[in-house]
Structures are given as C-alpha cells and as structure tokens.
Design a protein. Structure first.
Length: 172
C-alpha cells in the first residue's frame, strides 16, 4: 500500500489526519489546496494514533488506508503515504515532515492544515521544526474565527513568511 514517488514532484502537499472516515470534504480541501498553491502532489498521511484524539474510537488504520486508496485512485495528483502507519509512535508532525522531506529531497513541502489547527500550532510538538522543513498551507474557513499569518510571530518569529493562506470553500 506504500505509495512510491514515481516522478519528481516540485511542490508536495502533506495532508495528514485521522481520516476517520475520509469524506468528500477532505477530498475537496485537498483539491482546492492543490489548485490554489500549484501542488504537483498531495500526500494523504493517515495518523495511526493522533495525540489529540486519544481515547476516541478510530477505525483500524488498515481500513482507513483502504478508504483513502479507493477514494483517490482516479486522481493522479493524490497519493497515500504510509509514513506514519508503518513506523512506531508517537507520531509527531515534525517527524512526518522530516521523513517526507528526505523522500522528496528536491521538493518544496507544504503542510496543509485548517485555520482551527493553525490557531493551536504554537502548542504542537516542536512546531519550529515543521516550519524549518515546510511551508504551512493554512485553509481559512469562512465560518471560523479569522486567522492571520502573523498571529504567532511573537512565539515563532518569522512564521508568517512561511505561510500560504488559502480561502477554503464553505463545506458542510
């Protein structure tokens, strides 16, 4: 099930999540991010045991990966990445970004996240390492409280220079 790099991608999006289950909203957001910031490839990275969702009922990773594979099989720009599913935890985004950075050494990486996740970004495990190895592609949601690229610059100096803000479509 491990997706292999078949050709050089210049701009790679990393789209992680529990995908429990994967739904149309995930696919729309991934496509919108790809179009908006001209990504050659979007990697769907299912997280085995997300630290912020411990104690919740997650489908087995095998089933979530099968759902992703089936949902993206007709989109050449989307791939399943097993980078988190095939290694022991804990799984931190900074490690995921570093590993994918090694796999796609000559590519520009974009870590795709929602504005809600961006709000709490400074509290993540070593967020400066994520920014060191990738830019953030932050999806602004029309109904959510506004987020600004420079809102965390005091805690993470220079962060706003590493952000692409994307106006996300309203998805129910």
């Amino acid at each position: 099930m491990q997706a292999q790099q078949t050709e050089r991608a210049h701009r790679v999006g990393i789209f992680g999540g529990s995908f429990n289950p994967l739904h149309q909203g995930h696919l729309i957001v991934a496509e919108f991010a790809a179009e908006s910031i001209h990504l050659d490839l979007v990697l769907f990275v299912p997280v085995v045991d997300p630290p912020h969702k411990r104690g919740t009922d997650l489908l087995p990773i095998k089933h979530r990966c099968q759902m992703i594979s089936m949902a993206i099989e007709n989109n050449d720009r989307f791939q399943l990445s097993m980078v988190d599913a095939e290694r022991p935890g804990p799984h931190y985004s900074k490690d995921t970004v570093q590993i994918i950075g090694q796999q796609y050494a000559d590519s520009d990486l974009y870590f795709v996240m929602g504005g809600d996740s961006f709000r709490s970004f400074p509290s993540w495990h070593e967020p400066q390492e994520i920014v060191k190895h990738s830019c953030l592609a932050v999806m602004r949601r029309p109904s959510a409280r506004p987020v600004q690229p420079d809102m965390h610059d005091v805690k993470l100096p220079g962060l706003s220079d590493r952000i692409a803000m994307i106006e996300a479509p309203p998805i129910g």
